[in-house]
Design a binder for this molecule. Structure first.
Ligand code: NAG
Ligand code: NAG
Ligand code: NAG
Length: 258
């Protein structure tokens, strides 16, 4: 009988660890393997590569987009994980990304890096509607929350969070308590430094459906800005690696899980 006691203690200890830290999603830079779906529009590409990766080994996801002045659609090159969040949940979401070495930051235009999104076609008020997004505008990191209702959307942007450099890996971790009243919170860390912390705010719209978590290059400025692409760099490349979600910071921080 005695020999079972240490085993029981071990089992209880591992159970309590599991309850406090649960990684609900992890992708080590693979595509399409490990994703619920992928979306590549127009001349965009998604590839799994070994030559540019986060850390010492393994693979990363390379997303590209190419501007076409004759095309009027959008420019996604994204991977999709269907279980992002729904209202009432709380979690951490992280990824590493790297902009191509010669990324042209100026003139400033918006390039999205990650987003939460759900299909609201049934409401008659929108189709696929992103709630929070993470993007760069020029060399500045930006994020947002979307609140109120899908038929009366309120968007709150948090701009100039930090300066992003090209040709090097960066880490983003978001922690959110997804609420549509003033009981939510939203935080963002860039390279391990907290650059945004908002308590007692609404963080999502009044709806309970599941939002997907997507990472990838979405050159939305090319579509949304009058006149299309600004500047002289019609071919854009962004690498992604170590995409994680869970109940603790370590579950989402690219450096704290392998
Ligand atoms: C990658 O590197 C890490 C740390 O250097 C090591 O623990 C791991 O086994 C390596 N994985 C592969 C597939 O080589
Ligand atoms: C904020 O970012 C914009 C570009 O996104 C830039 O033009 C502006 O100078 C920045 N402001 C500060 C105070 O850094
Ligand atoms: C959310 O929606 C429900 C049901 O449609 C409604 O009763 C409630 O007042 C809404 N709350 C807010 C804050 O909009």
């Amino acid at each position: 009988m005695r020999q079972f006691i240490p085993i029981l203690i071990g089992v209880l200890a591992s159970l309590s660890t599991t309850a406090s830290a649960t990684q609900t999603f992890a992708n080590r830079g693979t595509t399409p393997e490990g994703w619920d779906s992928t979306l590549v529009e127009h001349e965009g590409t998604l590839a799994q590569v070994t030559n540019v990766v986060y850390g010492n080994n393994g693979t990363a996801i390379k997303a590209t987009q190419t501007y076409d002045p004759a095309y009027t659609g959008r420019y996604h090159s994204e991977v999709h994980h269907f279980q992002g969040y729904h209202r009432g949940e709380q979690g951490f979401y992280g990824f590493a990304f790297r902009l191509q070495q010669d990324w042209q930051f100026s003139p400033a235009q918006s390039y999205n890096l990650a987003q939460f999104i759900a299909d609201f076609t049934d409401t008659g008020c929108d189709d696929f509607m992103p709630s929070s997004m993470v993007w760069i505008l020029g060399d500045q990191l930006v994020t947002r929350v979307k609140t109120n209702t899908v038929c009366s959307q309120v968007t709150t942007e948090f701009k100039n969070l930090t300066t992003v450099s090209a040709g090097t890996w960066h880490k983003v971790v978001i922690q959110a308590n997804w609420q549509n009243d003033e009981t939510g919170f939203y935080k963002l860390w860039f390279d391990g430094v907290k650059v945004l912390e908002k308590f007692n705010i609404a963080t999502t719209i009044n709806d309970t459906r599941e939002f997907e978590f997507r990472v990838g290059l979405y050159a939305n400025g090319w579509h949304d800005d009058a006149g299309g692409m600004k500047g002289t760099q019609p071919f854009r490349q962004v690498w992604y690696d170590q995409i994680g979600m869970g109940t603790t910071f370590a579950d989402a921080d690219p450096d704290q899980w392998s």
